[in-house]
Write a protein that binds this ligand. Structure first.
Ligand SMILES: Cc1ncc(COP(=O)(O)O)c(C=O)c1O
Length: 428
């Protein structure tokens, strides 16, 4: 029996109708073993997903970050339904937008004012435009991934369709390298409007790094923006600025703030955000949509009352320690690296001999899927994950590592793969 029959049929049809058959690159078949893995999900509950063929998975992808409480949470559903009964969106703002803004200002240390948008990209775009307007300068320094808008994606290898003039206005620096920023600030003296970075990347900031960025931006009249689209609502209630006690000027939030409902926000200093009142254009039709706001308020309440972050760190620690033991027992330190802090951690794959990192990744992921675990290497922990589920993940990971050893012994994955090879479209 073909375990993925319906998924494969739907994928064939979807690819005729929409590029890659998915709306998000990292959710497409390119990131899984095509033909021998699920391509469409029917439903979710807590930490579990069911694909269209009825196969069940413990999910550690969390929809690429948005799921912080768990799929299909009754309490959040109830909050959404209660708001739905009043209406989704109106001709003027709803009071619920004030309630949510007030909550964000309360929990985020440096937030004095908030503007709601929809995607993480909208929030980072808004922050960058505000930084340029506030400083009257054009160049942006970026560090991390920041979304699909021209100012950022144009500066990457994925820049097709973006004019050279725009691409030249964004410079990138490596994470944990304050010296690189110092160099750029001197090379482009008086021209840098802002520095935007994901404050937590890989194993997190080295001691003093974020503080140094704060000093450098202040000294050079540049706006410091934390892109907390991934780190927000995953590591600490107030995000990285709370965790590391560094106050940026602006912060972009998205993904995890409403447990999957589409809402994002740019928050920060009033004197910068309020430029939106003076014509710095940040305005969208659906910015005030209320179902997502109701979901965000309930999500934040649950995260606060259930000690979510303590739990994320402790389950993540269990996962990391388990992975460490398995890598050492299987002697795979040359091809598997542990990356990330507890709430957002997992494996990074490296090539060896004739095997590319994608061969290693494919071999591992095929086994994880066979064992009912959905993971993209780096995992997100949510409130409905249990210690037992992390243990199930580790048992599957051990089996995946056995397969990796076989592939290394053969110096090939030929004959081992039952589906396609993972082939990211996204060039990093
Ligand atoms: C750090 C970071 N910033 C911004 C974005 C863009 O968010 P969205 O895809 O919701 O536009 C992402 C998306 O993955 C992200 O990881």
């Amino acid at each position: 029996m073909d375990k993925y029959k319906k998924s494969n049929e739907l994928l064939k049809k979807a690819r005729e109708l929409t590029p890659l058959g998915a709306q998000t690159y990292s959710k497409s078949f390119r990131y899984y073993c095509e033909g021998y893995s699920p391509s469409f999900i029917e439903r979710g509950k807590g930490s579990h997903l069911w694909d269209v063929d009825g196969n069940e998975y413990i999910d550690f992808v969390c929809a690429l970050g948005p799921i912080t409480v768990g799929y299909n949470d009754e309490r959040i559903n109830e909050a959404i339904i209660k708001q739905l009964e009043k209406g989704i969106i109106f001709s003027q703002p709803s009071p619920i937008s004030i309630e949510l803004a007030e909550k964000l200002v309360e929990i985020i240390p440096c937030a004095e004012m908030v503007r709601f948008v929809k995607n993480g990209s909208d929030a980072t775009e808004a922050a960058v435009r505000l930084a340029r307007a506030y400083t009257g300068k054009d160049i942006i320094v970026s560090c991390g991934y920041h979304g699909m808008h021209d100012w950022y994606i144009g500066s990457t290898a994925n820049h097709r369709g973006i004019p050279k003039e725009i691409r030249q206005l964004t410079k990138s620096v490596d994470y944990n390298n304050a010296g690189a920023l110092e160099k750029l600030l001197s090379e482009y003296e008086g021209q840098i409007a802002g520095v935007i970075l994901e404050p937590i990347q890989g194993n997190g900031p080295e001691e003093g790094y974020l503080q140094r960025l704060r000093e450098l931006t202040q000294e050079n009249g540049a706006v410091l923006i934390f892109d907390e689209v991934v780190s927000g609502f995953r590591y600490a209630m107030g995000g990285a600025s709370e965790l590391y006690n560094v106050a940026p000027d602006l912060i972009a939030f998205g993904k995890g703030m409403a447990n999957g409902m589409p809402i994002s926000a740019v928050a920060g200093k009033k004197e910068i955000i309020d430029l939106i009142s003076e014509g710095v254009f940040v305005s969208t039709t659906f910015g005030g949509e209320t179902l997502s706001m109701a979901a965000a308020i309930k999500t934040i309440e649950i995260l606060e009352t259930e000690n979510a972050f303590e739990k994320f760190w402790s389950l993540g620690k269990h996962m990391k320690e388990g992975l460490e033991n398995l890598i050492s027992q299987n002697n795979l330190g040359d091809v598997l690296l542990i990356s990330g802090l507890g709430p957002h951690c997992g494996l990074i794959f490296k090539g060896i001999g004739d095997l590319s990192y994608l061969d290693i990744n494919t071999t591992y992921q095929q086994k994880m899927i066979e064992e009912g675990i959905l993971s993209l290497g780096i995992n997100n922990i949510n409130l409905s994950h249990s210690k037992e589920e992390i243990d199930a993940y580790l048992i599957a990971a051990d089996m995946g590592m056995h397969d990796i050893k076989k592939a290394i012994n053969n110096n090939s994955i030929a004959g081992m793969t039952k589906g396609g090879k993972i082939e990211p479209i996204f060039k990093r």
